[in-house]
Design a protein around this ligand. Sequence first.
Ligand SMILES: N[C@@H](CCC(=O)NCCCC(=O)O)C(=O)O
Length: 256
Amino acid sequence: MSKSVVLVTADVKPIDGYRWHAAPSTYLEAALNGANAIPLILPSLGGAIDLDAVLDRVDGVLATGSRSNVNPDLYGAEATEANGPYDPDRDATSLPLLRRALERGIPVLAICRGMQELNVALGGTLLTEIQELEGRKDHRAPVSERQEERFAIAHPIDVRAGGALHQAVGNTSFEVNSLHRQALGDLGNRLVVEAVAEDGTIEAVSVEGAKAFALGTQWHPEYWVSCDVPSQKIFAAFGADVARYRNARHGAVAAE
Ligand SMILES: N[C@@H](CCC(=O)NCCCC(=O)O)C(=O)O
C-alpha cells in the first residue's frame, strides 16, 4: 500500500519578485521522518482550491508555525500595523482547512501559528504581545542568527494528566522551546487545554470529541524531532493516526 500523505500549510512570501507559497523544511522533514508520511505543501490559494478534493487524497494535516499573525478581524479584534505582519491568503486557506479536516475526522497536528489558527477557526481569540501582559513571561525567541539558539529549549510545561498530550508523550511535565508573542485567549469550541506554562500561557490543546488525532502545540516539536524524545513521540503519535486513517481510507476506496 502507498505511503501516507500529510498536507502542510504554506506561508505566502515575496521572494525574488515572485509570490511564493512556502513551508520551512523542518516541518517537511518532521512529517517525513517523524510521522513517516510524505509531506505535500498546500498552496494558500484560499477559496480557489476545492478543499474537499484535496482532503480526499491525504491522510493528515500539519499546520505550520510562522512569524505572521492571524488577522485579528477574524476573532473580533482590530488589525494594526504593530500587530502584523499578516498573511491573509494563509488565513483564508488554513482556517477552513482545519475546520474541514476536523469535520472529516482527518488527523491534525497544529504547531504555533497553526495552533492559533485552530483556536480562531473554532471561534476562539488570541492575546497579543503577551510579554507585556501582567504576570506573563517573555515567550519570544532569543535574538540570534543561529536557528538552534532561537529554537533552544526554553521553559517547562505542565501537562494535563490523562489527556491527549500525556497519552502521546507519557510525561506530565517536560521542557519546550518558545518562539511566539501571541497566545490563546478565549478557547475555541471543543478545545481542551492539554498543557500550560508556569505563567498560565496555554501551550497545548486538543479537540474534544475529535474523530482522529487533533493536537495543537504552541511550541515547535518539529525542530528537534531527530533528537528530543517528547518531540519524537508527538510526531510518532500523529504518524500512527495518519497511518490508521490511510488504512481506513484505502479500505473504504477498495470497497467502493
Ligand atoms: N505570530 C505568532 C505565531 C508564532 C509562530 O508560529 N512562531 C514561529 C516563528 C518562527 C520563527 O520565528 O522563525 C506569534 O508570534 O505568536
